[in-house]
Design a protein around this ligand. Structure first.
Ligand code: HEC
Length: 209
């Protein structure tokens, strides 16, 4: 009985092995692995950024869009960096405040802003110094800004701060602003906020006595 089982397994293994060889070895050329007439289209050479190639005059691996052109569905931001954020039209964040949105905003903040503005928005990020210290994001000025005015600073930059519009998608910028408001509120909690926080901690048994 045992011997029969062993033989059966052996036969199956031989069969599977033969089948794989037939299918994948390339030995049966015409049937299973057709000749590649232009193999370079199957195996494209991946270009590495900033390596320098002789195909384009400037040595780049990819091209930049011709100036004055837009990709489909691309929106044009109506203001420039020189425009004062305080004078930008005031309107509220188009994104709803949900946990998902705020957590997405946190991700953006921790990815793009924290290096300069710091974990709490005080301006003590990892690159400060040598980078000059940005003003606090919890200032009366920024607390008084409409979301659209903060969006302006992120999108086109302001003085020393570069533009993050080209790097962060529009909705992710709006989400980052919701998170920035969370940071501001955590610095200036209302009595209700503190009560709600205490209640939450008490539930987990760590409440302030
Ligand atoms: C490379 C460092 C750097 C990064 C990264 C950076 N900022 Fe800034 N940010 C600055 C500096 C410096 C200023 C002050 C610019 C000035 O002098 O007007 C500033 C100014 C601001 C202001 C206006 C503050 C004011 O009082 O006028 C806001 C709002 C702001 N940043 C938000 C953000 C957000 C949100 C992000 C992430 C998407 C971000 N910044 C990323 C350096 C940075």
């Amino acid at each position: 009985m045992k011997k029969a089982l062993g033989t059966l397994i052996l036969v199956i293994l031989i069969f599977v092995g033969a089948w794989m060889f037939y299918k994948h070895s390339g030995f049966f050329l015409y049937e299973q692995s057709p000749l590649q007439y232009m193999p370079n289209m199957h195996h494209t050479r991946a270009l590495i950024p900033q390596r320098g190639y002789d195909f384009y005059k400037n040595g780049a691996a990819t091209r930049v869009p011709p100036s004055g052109t837009l990709s489909r569905n691309q929106k044009v931001y109506p203001y420039k960096k020189e425009d004062d954020a305080g004078k930008v039209e005031r309107f509220v964040n188009p994104l709803p405040i949900t946990l998902d949105v705020v957590m997405r905003g946190k991700k953006m903040y921790m990815q793009y802003c924290v290096v300069c503005h710091g974990v709490t928005g005080q301006g003590n990020g990892y690159v400060v110094p040598p980078f000059s210290q940005p003003p606090s994001l919890n200032s009366d000025k920024i607390r008084g800004y409409a979301d659209s005015q903060i969006f302006h600073v992120i999108t086109v930059g302001q003085n020393l701060m570069g533009a993050y519009g080209p790097q962060i998608r529009e909705n992710d910028r709006w989400a980052a602003i919701h998170y920035l408001r969370v940071l501001q509120r955590s610095e200036n909690p209302t009595p209700e906020d503190i009560a709600a926080f205490d209640k939450m901690l008490n539930k987990t048994g760590e409440g302030s006595k």
